[in-house]
Ligand binder design. Structure first.
Ligand code: ADP
Ligand SMILES: Cc1ncc(COP(=O)(O)OP(=O)(O)O)c(N)n1
Length: 289
């Protein structure tokens, strides 16, 4: 009795093993030693959504809930070696990128992603909420040219949408225009323009080149939103790795981040992390009612 319930929770089904389809996702990103953003947030999110997580480190970032104090980029040879280690062994069903600091690093990552038949979720990380630049300002051009056209979906916040399109993105109409430019002119497969930085409801806009879908949740009045963008895009990657459609993946990610923000613990002295466990706990409890 006990054995079968443990098996149900921790192991892929016989069918999944037979099909070699236990979902695997890879994040390529920088670190957050306090665990709210970056690679740590991505891996927690994968695990919470029952996806096997792998990670490739780009930069070590000394940061906490109050800001960034130092950044060390890994040597390019080390980035290439990690990519080789992963791709020569385990093929992910979805790849997510976060902080990739320089044009040279982007070229290396792009050349590996290009040859993979896999879903690619690009979070175009540029500046942390604290205002600290996480990528070279010159690298934005490379982000647009080398990585963005490879993306199944790209998830800019408003300032990132402005940097990508070169136009102000302040209103819902601006978000629609930016979404069209990102898909039709810059070449992304689809986009979610995130409205976390606007007033009012938390309004995100999904566009796949054909139709728009609005994702709207009540804004939670909290300063504890560190790593929301990383967590949201990691949740999309996890759901795509499981084989869900893009729109379903985005809807689940929106639910995941809403619950994670709603149930924060207020950790740290600044903008605290979100609660990556909340979705499993709330949804699990609802299932058992
Ligand atoms: N206070 C909030 N209440 C509810 N949802 C929020 C809040 N802040 C951000 N979000 C949501 O979190 C996700 C990340 O958004 P955003 O903060 O714009 O990205 P980033 O962290 O990249 O700056 C989006 O789905 C957004 O709507
Ligand atoms: C290593 C690293 N990557 C990305 C971010 C930015 O995270 P984001 O989810 O956009 O949230 P904020 O930190 O801006 O709240 C980061 N801080 N560190």
């Amino acid at each position: 009795m006990m054995e079968s319930s443990i098996k149900e929770i921790f192991y892929p089904s016989e069918e999944e093993i037979k099909m070699n389809r236990f979902p695997v996702a890879l994040t390529i990103a920088g670190t957050d030693p306090t665990g709210g953003a970056g690679i740590q947030a991505d891996l927690k999110t994968f695990q919470e959504l029952e996806v096997y997580g792998m990670s490739i480190l780009t930069s070590v970032v000394a940061q906490n809930t109050q800001g960034v104090s130092d950044i060390h980029h890994l040597p390019l040879s080390m980035l290439a070696a990690q990519l080789e280690s992963v791709f020569s062994d385990i093929q992910p069903h979805a790849i997510k990128t976060g902080m990739i600091a320089t044009a040279e690093m982007m070229e290396i990552v792009a050349s590996r992603i290009k040859s993979k038949q896999t879903q690619y979720i690009m979070d175009p990380v540029m500046v942390a909420t604290s205002g600290h630049h996480l990528i070279d300002e010159q690298a934005v051009a490379s982000l647009k040219e080398s990585l963005l056209p490879l993306a199944t979906v790209v998830t800019p916040n408003l300032p990132e949408a402005e940097a990508l399109t070169g136009s102000p993105v302040k209103t819902v109409d601006d978000m629609r225009e930016a979404a069209k430019v990102i898909v039709h002119d810059l070449g992304a497969g689809s986009v979610v323009v995130k409205g976390g930085h606007m007033e009012g409801d938390a309004f995100d806009l999904f566009y796949d080149g054909f139709s728009f879908h609005e994702l709207i949740t009540p804004r939670i009045n909290t300063r504890h939103t560190h790593g929301t963008g990383c967590t949201f895009s990691a949740a999309i990657a996890a759901e795509l790795a499981k084989g869900y459609t893009l729109l379903d993946a985005v809807k689940t990610a929106k639910q995941f981040i809403q619950l994670a923000i709603e149930h924060t613990w207020g950790l740290g002295k600044g903008n605290g992390p979100t609660n990556h466990m909340a979705h499993r706990r709330v949804k699990g409890a609802a299932k058992n009612d």
